[in-house]
Structure formats: C-alpha cells, structure tokens
Design a binder for this molecule. Structure first.
Ligand SMILES: NC(=O)c1ccc[n+]([C@@H]2O[C@H](COP(=O)([O-])OP(=O)(O)OC[C@H]3O[C@@H](n4cnc5c(N)ncnc54)[C@H](OP(=O)(O)O)[C@@H]3O)[C@@H](O)[C@H]2O)c1
Length: 312
C-alpha cells in the first residue's frame, strides 16, 4: 500500500511516499480502507520531532490520526462493524496510527459509523478536533446551559467545532479570531466575536465560566483575567499547559491541560450532533496524499479556517 513516511524529523520536505505491507487486523480490530485523512497541528509538530515524536520513537514513522473510509476486514470478536461499513475515527492516539496511508488497522472502538450527512472528506476532518472539543467542554468542564465560554482560535480546526458544541449545550459563546473570520463565526451561531488583533480580549470580554484556550503562551495566562472566581481555564496546546496551570494555581484559579483520547462513544455523540444538524464540519482545503508536505506548509501558517484534509 502507499504510505507517507519520513526517514528523519524536520520540515515538510522530510515527508515522502513509501510502500508498506497492508496490515492484518488482530482480534477486536478492523481494517479500514482510508478514503481521506485529516491533518492536525500534532501531525506537523510530530513530523518536526515534537508533538508525539517521543511517544512514537525515532523515524521512520508515519504521522496522521484522523481517518475516514470503509471497513475492509474485521478481526475475530468485532461485533459493531461489518465489511463495507463507512466509518470515521481517531485510532491509537497518541501511539502511531499511520493515518496517512491507504489502510489502517485499529481497535473497532476507536471508530464510529460515519454520519450519512458527511462526506468521507468531512468525516476525516472531524475526529481529533471534534473529540478534543467534546472531551474538553463536556467530559472535563461539564459545560452547562447558560454558562459563558470564551474559545480562543474559534475559527480553527478545534475552535469551529467547539463553538457549535458549546452552542448545542446551551452556552453563551464568545470567540477570538481575526475580523475577516467573524462572518464565519456568526454563521456557526457564535454570540460574540472578538478581533484579537484590534483589541485585547481581556478588555473586550465580560467574565466567563470557561476559557477553551487553543493558543497557549501569554494568551493562556492573560485568559485568567476574564474568568469568574469559580471559572476554569482549559489549556490545550500541551506544551503551554504547564506554565498556565502554574500561573493559575498562584491565583487560586482552576486550570487544566488535557490530551485527547480515542473515544468511540464521543464519536457517536459528534455523529448525533451532525445528524441533528447542530454540527457542521468546515474543510478549508484538500490535498492528495502525495501532497502531504503542502498540507503541512499550509497548516503551519496557523490561519486555517476549519480543517485541512488529505484525499487517499
Ligand atoms: N491537547 C490536545 O489534546 C489537543 C488536541 C487538538 C489540538 N490541540 C492543540 O490546540 C491548538 C489548536 O489546534 P487547531 O487544530 O484548532 O489549530 P488550527 O486549526 O491550525 O488553528 C488555526 C486558527 O488559529 C487562529 N489563530 C491564530 N493565532 C490566533 C490568536 N492569537 N488568537 C486567536 N486565534 C488565533 C487562526 O485564526 P486567524 O487567522 O484569525 O488568526 C486560525 O483560524 C494546537 O496547538 C494544537 O496542537 C491540542
């Protein structure tokens, strides 16, 4: 099968096409013929030797954790899927899933049935970013109707899904983005959009119950100023979370980092929101698998609206 591989860590140019054996599913696993693979910041961080590179070990390796496709074989004991089913998932994270490939094998519970309303490309854009938003807002922060949440980078991969999930749970949602993206945010149902380039968000925003920070660094620390006394900071760029959590502790504020986990139940919750027309997936651009380096270059600019996806 065709697979994107890298023999060294480094810039996008280290990504190259290679060949590998088609993997066989073990008991409880399914094999998915991949139609599309989502691209996430952790992919280019890992490619460069950060992100999950320490988990995966030295190259050669293949990045990519978001896949959508068709079940091609099932291992002994699998009851939830049959050959031919359309599925999507975020297998194996943070171990190597090798999602930038024609076939992936993984435990069946790392997948869910693809909602009929989503194309394979849209479904490949949803798992990692959607599960991050779901697990953060719902499992960790227990976001409730009527609460106020500020989402940083609200137009990005995680952000645009977090805005919709928070709205679906009845929250009042504020998001930061450059002004050109505000029409998109209003289209997604946001209550207030803040142009972080024109004004300091901590002066523009009334106190909130939760900040979902997708930027880190000084944005995470400044976010402590917009929290209500019982409020909470959820800081997702993992490398930034330690400093933000320490700064919050000094001020007696709750702050948490988290790392998204494979979660078939969470995928089904996302699929339900899609079916109910309360969650849309925005795909900014697609690239053929062979052009993975171009997708990484585009993503690393840091200004994507929605998601980038590889077609396989
Ligand atoms: N811990 C976890 O489990 C986990 C899971 C997923 C993602 N993450 C991390 O979360 C971060 C975001 O991921 P993502 O996939 O959403 O990234 P992304 O799609 O690449 O984010 C792009 C967005 O960031 C916005 N942006 C850039 N600088 C900004 C600023 N200073 N203030 C507000 N918005 C800004 C851009 O909007 P403009 O063009 O308007 O600037 C753009 O829409 C990454 O660091 C990623 O590694 C962590």
């Amino acid at each position: 099968m065709r697979v994107v591989t890298q023999l060294a860590t480094g810039g996008p140019e280290v990504l190259e096409m290679g060949q590998a054996e088609v993997p066989e599913p073990l008991p409880t696993e399914i094999r998915v013929r991949v139609a599309a693979a989502g691209v996430n910041p952790v992919d280019w961080k890992t490619r460069a030797g950060q992100g999950m590179a320490a988990v995966i070990g030295p190259p050669p390796f293949t990045v990519g954790w978001d896949v959508a496709g068709t079940v091609d074989a099932v291992g002994v004991g699998v009851t939830r899927f049959a050959v031919g089913d359309a599925v999507f998932g975020m297998p194996w994270f943070p171990r190597q899933a090798a999602g930038y490939a024609e076939f992936v094998t993984a435990p069946s519970r790392h997948f869910a049935h693809r909602p009929a309303r989503l194309s394979a490309v849209e479904a490949a854009a949803l798992p990692l970013a959607g599960l991050t938003a779901w697990q953060g807002l719902v499992d960790v922060a227990h976001l409730r109707a009527g609460q106020r949440v500020l989402v940083h980078a609200a137009a990005g991969g995680v952000g645009h899904l977090a805005v919709q999930i928070a709205k679906a749970r009845g929250a009042y949602v504020i998001g930061t983005a450059s002004v050109g993206k505000h029409p998109l945010l209003h289209d997604l149902g946001i209550d207030e959009a803040v142009d972080y380039r024109a004004e300091a968000f901590e002066r523009a925003v009334e106190p909130v119950d939760l900040v979902l920070d997708l930027i880190g660094g000084e944005v995470a620390v400044r976010s402590l100023d917009v929290l209500r006394p019982e409020g909470r900071l959820l800081c997702l760029p993992s490398a930034a979370a330690v400093d933000a959590v320490a700064a919050a502790a000094e001020r007696g504020i709750r702050a948490t980092g988290m790392l998204v986990e494979p979660d078939g139940d969470g995928l089904e919750e996302l699929a339900r929101l899609v079916d109910e027309r309360r969650l849309r997936v925005l795909v900014a651009e697609t690239f053929p698998l062979e052009r993975a380096a171009l997708a990484h270059r585009a993503g690393e600019m840091g200004h994507t609206s929605g998601k980038l996806v590889l077609t396989v």
